[in-house]
Design a protein around this ligand. Structure first.
Ligand SMILES: Nc1ncnc2c1ncn2[C@@H]1O[C@H](COP(=O)(O)OP(=O)(O)O)[C@@H](O)[C@H]1O
Ligand SMILES: [Mg+2]
Length: 265
């Protein structure tokens, strides 16, 4: 395997009990590529990404990230990547800055590094205007940008983004992709999306062949699914409400919605 292969999957399989969600998929993503991972709902995109990010283990095959095996070196794998799950794990009662600090603490960044990285991700994700706002008051577009910022806080060489634009309106989607284009100039990015064609007829093996490149304007290609289960899951085809972390929202006075916040000097 060449040094330029940043994500590698060989005969990767995953069964949940007797149900085979992934059946020997094979692909490689090289350094500097932005790759779209396409397939109908239920095809196994999230399952693949959860294996690559060490949230679940495969039942067969091999996966390596930045040269590290997901079984043997899960910590090295996690250090190498930033992950934005399909439902961004946001704490809605935190302000954007508090949340970024929290994400940095999880990654054991020291105060100096946090200062530098926070400055950079706030700029690259366009968050300066909302740093002091509680996440619960942000639009979906901004929330996704916050999710992207937490994935970038430790400056990983690889980003794995699970349907990052699926709940966004067309303007928010375009904006998000612009930010991603800039971020992808220095990183390897794998992002999943459900192709419109397969959404309409997400059943049977033929629909599972749908693959198209992500319109980013630089080196892009699609990771074609090879042999993954083509079962559709109608319940997943509609956007679900965003998760709300913690207690039910309390009624708040308007002035408490925005706290002034600035990056530490
Ligand atoms: N924890 C689980 N237990 C049982 N089945 C699961 C689990 N996670 C995913 N699946 C099933 O695996 C298949 C692939 O799911 P998923 O990876 O979420 O697909 P996609 O992200 O492409 O929509 C689906 O049929 C889904 O219902
Ligand atoms: Mg999914």
């Amino acid at each position: 395997m060449s040094n330029d292969v940043m994500i590698y999957a060989n005969d990767l399989s995953k069964s949940f009990g007797s149900f085979r969600a992934l059946d020997k998929i094979n692909f490689e993503v090289s350094r500097g590529e932005i790759v779209g991972f396409l397939g109908p709902n239920g095809a196994g995109k999230s399952t693949t990404m959860r294996i690559l990010t060490c949230f679940i283990s495969p039942t067969g095959g091999t996966a390596r990230v930045n040269g590290h095996d997901v079984f043997d070196e899960p910590l090295k794998v996690r250090e190498s990547l930033g992950y934005l799950p399909q439902r961004a794990p946001l704490y809605l009662e935190m302000s954007v800055l508090e949340y970024l600090r929290f994400a940095a603490d999880l990654r054991h960044l020291d105060a100096d590094t946090f200062r530098k990285r926070a400055k950079s991700v706030v700029e690259v994700c366009g968050l300066a205007q909302v740093l002091g706002k509680e996440i619960r008051y942000l639009s979906h577009g901004y929330r996704q940008r916050v999710g992207l910022a937490q994935a970038l806080i430790h400056d990983p060489p690889i980003l794995i983004l699970d349907e990052p634009t699926s709940d966004l309106d067309p303007n928010e989607k375009a904006e998000f992709l612009d930010y991603l284009k800039q971020i992808g100039q220095e990183r390897t990015v794998m992002l999943s999306t459900t192709s419109p064609r397969s959404r309409r007829r997400a059943r049977g093996p033929s629909s599972s062949r749908a693959a198209a490149s992500w319109p980013t304007g630089r080196s892009t290609r699609s990771a074609r699914r090879a042999g993954a289960s083509a079962t559709s899951s109608p319940s997943r085809s509609r956007p679900r409400p965003r998760p709300t972390a913690g207690a039910a929202p309390r009624r708040r006075r308007a002035r408490s919605r925005t706290r002034s916040a600035s990056l530490p000097a």
